[in-house]
Design a protein around this ligand. Structure first.
Ligand SMILES: [Zn+2]
Length: 119
């Protein structure tokens, strides 16, 4: 584990991490959709993807909108998103410290802005 946790890893979290590892092997990968927010495909057929929000990496504070998590359980989605968030931090591009890059401007947009600035 690459992060020093402030809380013990409960057996429930250990099971969730094990299930998340299985999902990763099966090709399910969390997609980062916003700062600390991940979308993860459901393992059940015809289910909408789940949205997971990382509130604290070191305290394992994670929310998911799936049925299990709504009922207070630690789910595989939370573990998958947590893994993804830790991987981001390890790469040094955690959203908390690095702002989202601004998209490159098109040539036409740059010309428009220049024209507006020197009017
Ligand atoms: Zn979930």
């Amino acid at each position: 584990m690459k992060v020093k946790l402030e809380v013990p890893v409960s057996p429930e979290w250990e099971r969730a991490f094990a299930r998340a590892a299985e999902d990763r092997k099966a090709g399910i990968a969390p997609e980062r959709v916003a700062c600390r927010t991940y979308r993860i495909a459901s393992t059940r057929p015809n289910h909408t993807p789940h949205t997971v929000v990382i509130k604290s990496v070191v305290r394992l504070e994670v929310t998911c909108d799936c049925e299990g998590a709504t009922n207070g359980r630690v789910c595989r989605h939370m573990a998958q998103a947590w893994d993804a968030a830790v991987a981001r931090i390890a790469r040094g591009d955690d959203a908390q410290t690095a702002p989202e890059p601004t998209p490159a401007l098109s040539g036409a947009e740059i010309e428009r802005r220049m024209a507006a600035a020197f009017r």
